[in-house]
Design a protein around this ligand. Sequence first.
Ligand code: SF4
Length: 454
Amino acid sequence: MKKRKKRVSSHPVSSIQNHFPKFTITTLGCKVNQSESDAMAHQLKNSGWHPVHPKEKADLCIINTCTVTQKASMQSRQAVRKAIRSNPGACIIVTGCYAQTEPDEIDKINGIHHIIGHGDKSKIPDIILSEEEAPYPRLIRQNILSEHNFEQTPAPVSGNRTRPFLKIQDGCDSFCTYCIVPYARGRSRSMPIENVLENIKQLKQAGYHEVVLTGVHLGAYGLDFSPKTGLTELLHRIGDTHPMGRVRLSSIEPHELTDDIIQLVAKADIFCHHFHLPLQSGDDLILKKMHRPYTRSLFKNQIIKINELLPDAAIGVDTLIGFPGETEKAFENTYSLIAELPVTYLHVFPFSARKGTPASKYPQPVDSKTIKARCKKMRSLGQVKRKDFYKKFTGKPVEILIEDKRDKFTGLLKGITSNYMPVHVNGDDNLKNTLVQVRIEKVKSDKKVLGAFY
Ligand code: SF4
């Protein structure tokens, strides 16, 4: 950081030592960030802290930031300012990907006590209790690119999620030309297989029925071990030991989704019938410029394979719209590929140049108006695909895991099927966090799926 801007007059610990200390964590970004926030919350609870709703005043506010796009960085800064405004006198900690990559930008905001990079997040309970009198904000950040150890965080057994996220892999070695993530999270590193199984077991013992295995680059799981192992090996062990009712996989790169994994998901009833593949572009030239090591045709074959073996599976796809050099024809290649395949939902991201990445300097940028229009077109396609998929199940029986929170508009219970369909049912609170059988009654025009008990 260039210079210390301002010394916060009182040490924040003095205001939190003598009473019932309360904390909030605001999380931006992906499932990995959310999983890490859950782990931080678990640690803080074990250290005597009490979680409160973000609208309540807290003594400690942690903002776990994201920087995947310019918008995410901006939203992270907004969240920091909001926490400072709403919690006068609180200890303010900023961590996560934005804190790791651009601490100088965060330092411009007055009122922060600690800016903590990825390598030290798990030390937060100790850091806030350290009596060290330092000018604030204190920057605690390692060179993440030299980190080789997987940071073991506790299983998120006390989180408030019905379907907890378990981070089993962190970092990425791929350096796609548009992506800031390897600079924010460092090299790929994984949780040992035995620890994954133990963590899932602990979650089961704590009463959970589903766990979502997450990672920054899940397909690289285990490749950092010596001898190497892989995601396929881990999933076979999970299939054999059956440590939990349901196991869901988060995003897997198209070229890393092996036939073995698809067959295993089809055969072993523990795995949710749900795949998520980051395509980004359906144009081979753009894929090459992105440094994505697969082609349109490989992606197409993967989706067809999944659909043949698991016709009921949800297949989610990420697209990145407006990469430099994306012509109308290149965009249409992405659009037509998605349109023709049995994809069931889309996540559409506008390209956003990230400082320090090769693509931020590429020629032929696409103007923002065009990016917006293409995103809109792609999102509309996603809505149609989603609705068509849901409609296929009308009249059919499904099993849903009822979530802890009711739908805020209808007050109905909401459950998720193995194939990622949210189903709304009328029922009592005692059904929360249970697996129940319902029948799909109808799909409303707003895509809300209504179910009924038999
Ligand atoms: S695979 Fe590419 S897009 Fe995904 S995290 Fe790694 S560098 Fe980023």
